[in-house]
Each structure stands twice: as C-alpha cells, then as structure tokens.
Design a protein around this ligand. Sequence first.
Ligand SMILES: Nc1ncnc2c1ncn2[C@@H]1O[C@H](COP(=O)(O)OP(=O)(O)OP(=O)(O)O)[C@@H](O)[C@H]1O
Ligand SMILES: [Mg+2]
Length: 223
Amino acid sequence: MSALVEARGIVVDYPLAVGTVHALRGVDLTLIAGEAVCLFGASGSGKSTLLNVLAGLEAPDAGSLRVCGKDTLALSEEQRTALRLRSIGMVFQENNLVAQFTAGENVELILRCQGSSAPKRTAIELLGSLGVAELADRLPIDMSGGQRQRVGIARALAGDRAVILCDEPTGALDRTNSDVLFGLLRDLAHSKGIAVLIATHDRDAEKYADRVLEISDGELVTT
Ligand SMILES: Nc1ncnc2c1ncn2[C@@H]1O[C@H](COP(=O)(O)OP(=O)(O)OP(=O)(O)O)[C@@H](O)[C@H]1O
Ligand SMILES: [Mg+2]
C-alpha cells in the first residue's frame, strides 16, 4: 500500500503576547491510499492546525512532510500550491466558497484548472452526489450553512485528488446528511484509492472509518 501523506515530528508553536501555544507537539501521521481515517479531538486540540500543515497551507516549526512522495516543505510556495491543487482536496471548517461564483462555478473552477473535458456536467454530477444539484446556479449568500458546506465538499471532491482533508465537514449538516457524507467519503476512499482524513467532533463518524485517531493537546494518540 502506498503512503500518500507521511508527516513526522510536526511541531507548531503560536507565539502569544505572553507565552506560547504549543498547537502540535511532534505529530507523526501516515495516510495510505484507500483508507478513510477519522481524527477526533476536543476544541483547541490541534485538528485544524494539523490539517492546514498537511495541506501545505501552514509551515510547521519543525518536522518533515511528504505528500504523494514529494518533500513539500522543500518546495517553493508556487510548487506547493500546484501540488495542493493537483493532489489535495480540502473541506474547511469555515465555509470558503468564492462569494461571486455560483455553486456550479465554484466546483467548475477546480475542474477547469485541472483540464476537465466536461467541467459543467461533472460539476452538476458532483453537486448531485451531495443532493444539491438544484443549487448549481445559486450564489453562496443565497444558501443555508449546510447547503454551502455540501457545495464546499463537492468542490473538494472535484478533480480526482489523491488526498481529501476534511475539517468538521458535517458541522452545519443534520444527522441524515452527515451520515450520507461520511458514507460517501468512505466509499470514495475505497473505490478510488483516495486517502481521506476527517477531523470531526461527531462520534458517529467512527462507524465509517477504517482507522480512528485522537488528538489531545497537540499530541496524537491512536485509539
Ligand atoms: N493563529 C493562531 N494564533 C495563536 N494560537 C492559535 C492560532 N491558531 C490556533 N491557535 C491555538 O492552537 C491550538 C489548536 O487550535 P486548532 O484550531 O488547531 O484546534 P481545533 O482542534 O481545530 O479546535 P476546534 O475543534 O475548536 O476547531 C488552540 O489552542 C488554538 O487556540
Ligand atoms: Mg478546528
């Protein structure tokens, strides 16, 4: 099995006016192709920080990181962005759709960047798999929080990425839609060989996971 993400000894410290927050204290994490992994942890335990580091959005203070075999910390900013676009889909805790674009256009954007032959049709199909195809022509401001989150998930799934990182993907969803989403992510991992990491408070996610990790005060504990 190939390791798509290999993080070793990841340390992130945030200096404060007084003192330092040790957000990650030497985290080791490997994600294998085809597995869906859940990351549980209390608020402030370091989940978002870890996902941001894995995605290359935030540089750690120490440690090493390989994504799809590449030493991402040795890449230039430009190369890292290109690798992220090609290889990593992210679902953010805070919704971050492009406000001026419709739901369909938000998903199409990624597909076009990747040279998709039918971006419009594929975007509608992806939105449909999350039950929001009818929102394709609607702007984010005209949707509910849960609808926006599902569009964000469709966008993360666009473009056949090797790794999908989800930060509280079901925070704005009801029980039924949360279950649909966890099931969808697990099926994608298994059928397409994607490595999926889901940071969540939702303990129900556990039944869809191949592996469960727990982070506590910046340290990873495997349960
Ligand atoms: N930019 C920052 N500056 C200072 N401290 C920060 C910053 N970002 C995060 N932290 C701190 O780092 C720690 C980890 O934060 P992080 O956002 O990773 O937690 P989390 O597990 O995602 O929490 P939640 O479940 O509430 O989203 C927390 O103590 C937080 O206050
Ligand atoms: Mg968070």
